[in-house]
Design a protein around this ligand. Structure first.
Ligand SMILES: *Cc1c(COP(=O)(O)O)cnc(C)c1O
Length: 402
């Protein structure tokens, strides 16, 4: 059966507006569309494909596991889940893991756990959650309300209550909202969707101190920043601030859907038997893939390599900017980088991304003013150079106005 972009409009709900071309194949940092046209992928499936496309070890794992066991439900546990959880615990602050299938589900679990912990420890009154404007935590009604972008949460009826929004990187705005009724503060260590904006270290340390003062849990949403993206296994490890609960998804499965929260024994025990669950969470297929991804990513070779690649990306972006003067700032960390368009190109990030696609380069926006790069964490040096050759041509065309 032949399908095309027109089929999308016929049979899919219109909540997405996908590009004209349909990718059919990927290998490493390359993708090919239906017409056989090749693209270099600096989008990484929105910070998901941390090992590029069809990494041979992941392909091998999925083949092997698919012939053994796919799913048994949480009435039974399974070996890949237990191994992956053990490795996550060993490499982080956490003692305990809960698996689910996406970032939104992970944050949903994090927020529910924080509420339950507060109710158990301090009583029903302690139910207030502080989140941040311009942040993103997923699309369930609870997480999208936490996200603080009314454009995403309006129009779906009554919103879950008890959530207020401070201003990112503005500690005084948190201080003004926090009280002994606050059960949790949820924050991204670097805004991803909200513009690739790193947290100011003093801000994040200040938030930790305020949480401690008011017995509120600090939740780090590391769905986008986690699993090597910033050059650390998790971004908190580079910030010197440890959260109480951390959510992870996206790169965790390297392209296979999986999410998780990790936390301490003390907090985790409040998610008692029967309080929460999900049918697919921690299924052997997803966990086997994530375990292989973990074994590759959590090595000094790969993590150090991310820092070198960041330097290469920054250098290439600076060179392009010297030529065309289109960006006011290159920001971000590791391989989650944002080129902020300057005043002369205000609101036009999308045009750069569209022009890049025409030149055979996939990248992303993060809001109206930021061109975002979230490539494979093992992208080859020659692919970086070739990708930026293409981006150079794309920028030239945007600047020339055609
Ligand atoms: C993508 C993202 C989410 C949502 O993840 P889904 O898997 O789409 O539900 C949550 N938080 C952050 C920071 C994200 O970048």
């Amino acid at each position: 059966m032949a399908v095309s972009r027109a089929t999308f409009d016929e049979v899919m709900l219109p909540n997405y507006a996908p590009q004209a071309v349909i990718p059919v194949k990927g290998q490493g940092s390359y993708v090919w569309d239906q017409a056989g046209r090749e693209y270099i992928d600096f989008s990484g499936g929105i910070a998901v494909n941390c090992l590029g496309h069809c990494h041979p070890e992941l392909v091998q794992t999925i083949k092997e596991q698919s012939e053994k066991l796919w799913h048994v439900s949480n009435i039974w546990t399974n070996e890949p889940a237990l191994r992956l959880a053990s490795k996550l615990v060993k490499s982080t602050f956490a003692d305990k893991v809960f698996f689910c299938n996406s970032g939104a589900e992970a944050n949903e679990a994090a927020l529910k756990l924080a509420r339950r912990y507060a109710v158990d420890q301090f009583g029903e009154e302690k139910d207030q959650i502080i989140a941040f404007k311009q942040s993103f935590h997923g699309r369930t009604l609870f997480t999208v309300t936490a996200g603080g972008q009314p454009a995403y949460s309006d129009g779906f009826g009554p919103k879950p209550g008890g959530i207020s929004h401070a201003v990112y990187n503005d500690l005084a705005s948190v201080e003004a909202l926090i009280s002994d009724k606050t059960c949790a503060v949820i924050v991204e260590p670097m805004l991803g969707e909200g513009g690739v904006l790193p947290a100011d270290p003093d801000f994040i340390k200040g938030v930790r101190a305020l949480c401690d003062k008011h017995n509120a849990l600090l939740i780090f949403d590391e769905v986008q920043t986690g699993f090597g993206r910033t050059g650390h296994l998790y971004a908190y490890q580079g910030l010197g601030v440890t959260p109480d609960i951390l959510s992870t998804a996206k790169s965790l499965g390297a392209g296979f859907p999986i999410g998780a929260i990790i936390t301490t024994d003390e907090i985790g025990q409040h998610l008692k038997f029967g309080t929460h669950g999900t049918t697919y969470g921690g299924n052997p297929l997803a966990c086997a893939v994530a375990e292989t991804a973990f074994d590759i990513i959590n090595t000094s070779q790969v993590l150090e390599g991310i820092k070198q690649r960041e330097a290469a990306f920054r250098q290439q972006l600076e060179l392009i900017n010297q030529k065309y003067n289109v960006f006011s700032e290159i920001r971000g960390k590791g391989l989650l980088l944002g080129a902020v368009v300057n005043e002369a190109h205000e609101g036009r990030a999308r045009e750069f991304v569209a022009a890049a696609m025409e030149q055979g380069l996939m990248c992303l926006v993060a809001g109206a003013n930021v061109v975002r790069f979230a490539p494979s964490l093992i992208v080859e040096q020659q692919d970086i150079v070739e990708g930026f050759n293409r981006f150079d041509k794309a920028v030239a065309r945007v600047v020339a106005g055609d």
